[in-house]
Design a protein around this ligand. Sequence first.
Ligand code: GLC
Ligand code: CA
Length: 519
Amino acid sequence: METFFDSNDDGIGDFQGLIQKLPYLKQLGIDCLWLLPFYPSPNRDDGYDIADFTAVDPRLGTLDDFRQFLMAAKQLGIYVLIDLVVNHTSDQHPWFKSACSDRNSPYREYYIWSDYIPQGQHKTIFPGEEDNTWTWSEQTGQYYHHRFYREQPDLNIYNPKVKEEVRKIIKFWLDEGVSGFRVDAVHILIQFARPDHVNGQDHEAILDDMRRWLDECNSSAVMLAEANDDIDKLPRYFGNSDRMHLMFDFITNQHLFLALARNTAQPLREAIDILLKVPIPAGCGYVNFIRKHDELNLGKLKEDERNEVFEAFAPEEYMRIYGRGIRRRLAPMLNNDRARMEMVYSIMFCLPGTSMIRYGDELGMGEDLQLKGRESIRTVMQWSSGNNAGFSKASAEALPYPAIDKGTFSYKNINVAEQLREESFLQWMTSAIQCRQQLGATTIDKFKMLESGNESVIVFRYDEGSKRFILVHNLNDMPASYALTEDIGAVMCFFGPGILGNNRELQLGRYGYAWLKNI
Ligand code: GLC
Ligand code: CA
């Protein structure tokens, strides 16, 4: 939000700015928006440290602006998901301030305290930036627990009073009219703070509760989990269609990057094969993405695999973060190679599940590695070649992060105004999304992966009623071909540079792809 568009020239993106840009998003083909936290926050962790769960950060607007935004989005047929961050609060949240002021505070048990640093503690999420998960509170003489920064004390989610607060937050925003939540850090939310902190409670019951309550408030609302967990643990987030509706697919994402590093389809094919074995209950599914607002997390790859991806896409140490990730956007990782960028997004659009892109991806925006940590990829949206990339008329110092103004990825080269005119990545993305809509709901029950006979080429098939789609991608920088042997009648290529010959042989250039359908 704060980096999208500034409507009142104070340097900060805001709800009114977002309202002005909704037609742009609609034109691009977006039908659902996920808003990052917009709540009052000291901004230690880009708004993920929340000081008031049911208000709008005054820097971004008012609750009234939020309502106007929601109405405008609805009119355009755009759903809105917002972030539900209940693993922790900000240390500036009144609950935590009260809990710190007195051991008898009614809010004391909202958080997790200990007289000593317990054995067997979890690892911190931000190694190098935050090295402890227990921090001493001078005022009350105990340690409190936090998986993220010390300014983000963990809530004791097992406390019935905290559960009640979570319900209030859910109800508040559903009553305002949002379509659901992206639920933050769910894999961490349902861990216990420490081995001896068990309370005889069932971890997943937290998710059952949340879902029951969500359904009670609005049975068409959805929850999208951020649960970067091992494959064998994924089923617990879906439950029997009675927990999270959707989950980001971190596994495919990381293996796609491994495949890119190796210029072969193999790691991607293996990941999809494994994932297909995880049962997905009816009404549930994955959300696919290439990059998000965080680092490219490679934590689920083996160490040598991770190193391969590092070598290929973050050769310098300063491009990496937390020992597990890359703090770069896609376009610079791929040296702005248009054919390869198209191929990567094309794969994402063809994966089973929902497709998600992040602002600026549609332009092929870059990063600013001089900014610290994850800020590198959080620079302002590049609207034009005007001042501050057309994001704001304020002075550059007033911006949350400066606009990228040097090199290939400078806003002078890469911006919406320019790309609306020419044969641009933005035009490509718009067509890709239109064609994606033809594929319909790419649910897993309609999906099959076919043998390609070539280790660089990956082939998906979807069957729905009498419709057949065959989606072919070449992950190598050498041309490849694929002989269509599937018995699906006459076909045509409706998207991609691949060329289908009379002999049903598909010719793919370097990083070529083709979306075929029966006619
Ligand atoms: C999620 C967010 C990340 C944030 C963390 C703590 O992982 O994506 O940006 O730092 O949760 O809330
Ligand atoms: Ca503003």
